[in-house]
Design a protein around this ligand. Structure first.
Ligand SMILES: [Cu+2]
Length: 641
């Protein structure tokens, strides 16, 4: 039997051929451009002789296949090394520190190109090379400092944050290795983002239709990685796209080793927060991370902006400008699982290790979570969400917004029965928990060969059993059709306690930022904090509170700022993404933080005097603003003797 997904792909192919874009027709007249090959950034371009790299690059039109090699394609501008096929992303420049780099750059396009990034690091000024159509330029520069950088070009004279069109894949890695370094075992991912929508400027307007790729490919065609349990993995991520990407690793923490930009890169100091399972990489940003996957099974490393991993973000939908109706119709017939997602996602297989996980024989904490919908959950919009069943069965259309805070215990098994009463399949991810793969919540992916977790079908249920190994602040949320499901309310706080991390409602306060109703690839959800657009906190002067801030809005990068209208308060971060910070990182600072979806933080905060304070919570770009009004009352007199 042919899997349904294969049949579907066949249909996609035919219909893309039948509905070519304008660009397609224009290229057909000129003769087909060369096919772009996928660059996995393992081969350094050019030749190094006597401490000098010689590299000939050309900018050409190329046919790009971001999905299957036989799938839909689009004509893009691409870099090519002389004598080789064009590559997306562009050829990698990787040399030891101290190398002189000589590049001869020819522009075969019929537009002027502005090339950024061909200069010594760190760079103080932004040197660009302008090359007229048909022109050639020579550039020579010294590497400068070791690090992860990139070069990029535009033929529309756009800054990087607006570059989403035909020039959006004109990007290549530049890696400068320390001259004492051992042969590299790391991997390098250049991210790309493309949109044919003239309205789309990657998050700057409300209706972007984007396809996001890593090393030129979109899930499920991105590279798959297989590691032995306990391997050390070193990855470099280069965000050469117009949008930010909060990169989330399932199942494990990673350590941030370095962070930088096109112009500069630096090692992470001991006092900087570096352990994370989600890190926001802004447009033009780079990061080097290291992690040790030590639990077997299937895992993901992906962008947590739902738009960048949504199954409708495919070439077919973008190039043919299909309507929401057409896409929804196809969605109903789609196999739920790996084809539910597309875009900026990597798959990771971890092979079984020697020592199986310890099994706790403590009595499990049991929960029964009903997943229900309510036609008017958000006054005029439908809601989907969780209801905790305690005793009698709750009403069929009741939904808790947000989901109930789940309190688990470190080292004690949890047994959570999820009952799907939606009309659509779903799956639930226990975000940030270092648990086994099977209950991790990615339908059709989580688990091991021969035992993959299914989607939870309507009227069916799934029992997620796991034992949290660490106390802290985590999240649970839908991992399927998140623009619809998570935005509509399928998210909640997950607090794991132990003797040193109690949860005392008098001083522990959860601030949970999430969606305020359904979204889709053309519609952004508004924001809510603790399930309301008008959140309030009542605190007492002189008391130290622990704020558990959770950002799980699937379509927003959010700025948090605590203070009055004119002053910023101080707070002390004590945990990120559920992990305690070492003392040298838990230092008082201005109460300001930016979080992508999937990030959590714990902050100690002591309001000094009575009055009104405000925790301002707003999207980084145009969107919404939901301030938490904080009423600080005078300290109660406590009798002392
Ligand atoms: Cu993203």
């Amino acid at each position: 039997m042919i899997p349904r997904s294969a049949v579907l792909l066949g249909i996609l192919l035919i219909s893309v051929g039948a509905v070519p874009s304008d660009a397609y027709r224009a290229d057909a007249r000129r003769g087909a451009p060369a096919r772009a090959t996928t660059n996995d950034n393992r081969r350094a371009a050019g030749t190094v002789r006597d401490g000098r790299l010689e590299l000939k690059l050309e900018m050409v039109n190329a046919q790009w296949f971001p999905e299957a090699e036989s799938g839909p394609s689009v004509t893009m501008q691409a870099f090519a090394e002389a004598g080789r096929a064009p590559e997306i992303p562009g050829p990698m420049i990787r040399v030891p520190e101290g190398t002189a780099i000589h590049i001869t750059l020819h522009n075969s396009l019929d537009l002027e190109a502005v090339v950024h990034g061909l200069h010594t690091r760190p760079a103080m000024t932004e040197d660009v090379v302008k090359i007229p159509a048909g022109g050639t330029r020579d550039v020579t520069f010294q590497t400068g400092a070791p690090g992860t950088y990139f070069y990029w070009a535009t033929t529309e004279k756009k800054p990087l944050v607006y570059r989403v069109g035909k020039d959006s894949q004109l990007s290549g890695a530049i890696v400068v290795d320390p001259h004492y370094a051992a042969p590299p075992t790391d991997r390098i991912f250049v991210l790309g983002l493309y949109s044919e929508d003239p309205d789309s400027v990657a998050g700057h307007v409300p209706h972007p239709r984007e396809i996001v790729v890593a090393n030129g490919k979109s899930w499920p065609y991105t590279e798959r990685f297989t590691f032995n349990s306990g391997d050390t993995v070193s990855w470099r991520v280069i965000n050469a796209t117009a949008a930010p990407h909060p990169m989330h690793l399932h199942g494990f923490y990673f350590n941030l080793e370095r962070s930088g930009t096109e112009a500069a890169d630096s090692a992470i100091g001991a006092s900087a927060i570096r352990q994370a399972n989600t890190r926001l990489v802004l447009s033009g940003g780079t990061m080097a991370i290291r992690f040790v996957p030590d639990r077997p099974g299937n895992w993901l490393f992906h962008c947590h902006l739902a738009l960048h991993v949504d199954g409708k973000g495919t070439m077919q939908n973008i190039v043919a400008r299909r309507t929401m109706g057409e896409m929804e119709h196809e969605h109903v017939t789609m196999t739920h699982g790996v084809h539910e997602m597309a875009g900026l996602i990597f798959g990771i297989h971890v092979l079984p290790g020697k020592s199986p996980a310890e099994i706790s024989n403590r009595e499990p904490l049991r929960f029964r979570l009903l997943i229900q919908s309510s036609p008017r959950g958000y006054s005029n919009k439908p809601a989907m969400g969780f209801v905790l069943q305690q005793g009698a069965e709750p009403k069929k259309d009741s939904v808790m917004l947000p989901g109930p805070t789940l309190f688990l215990e470190k080292g004690r098994p949890a047994r959570i029965t999820l009952v799907n009463r939606l009309k659509a399949p779903t799956s639930v991810h226990w975000h940030g928990l270092e648990i086994e793969s099977y209950p991790d919540g990615v339908a059709g992916w989580s688990g091991m060969p021969g035992k993959l977790a299914p989607a939870i079908q309507p009227r069916d249920s799934f029992i997620a059993q796991f034992t949290p190994p660490r106390a802290g602040t985590f999240i649970y949320h839908s991992h399927m059709n998140e623009l619809m499901q998570t935005n509509s309310g399928m998210y909640g706080a997950l607090i794991v306690t132990d003797s040193t991390h109690p949860f005392d409602p008098r001083i522990d306060r959860v601030i949970l930022v999430g969606g305020g109703g359904p979204g889709n690839i053309e519609m952004r959800s508004t924001g809510m904090v603790n399930g309301t657009a008008f959140p309030q906190l009542e605190l007492e002067a002189g008391t130290t509170y622990r704020l558990h801030i959770i950002q799980i809005h699937p379509q927003a990068v959010v700025l948090f700022r605590l203070g009055t209208d004119t002053t910023v308060s101080r707070w002390t971060p004590v945990a990120k993404d559920g992990a305690d910070l070492p003392p040298e990182q838990a230092t008082p600072r201005s109460a300001f933080v930016m979080m992508g979806p999937g990030e959590t933080g714990e902050y100690l905060y002591t309001p000094e005097r009575p009055g009104l304070q405000k925790l301002n919570i707003q999207t980084r770009l145009a969107g919404w603003n939901v301030p938490v009004m904080i009423f600080v009352r005078p300290a109660r007199k406590i009798a002392t003797n």
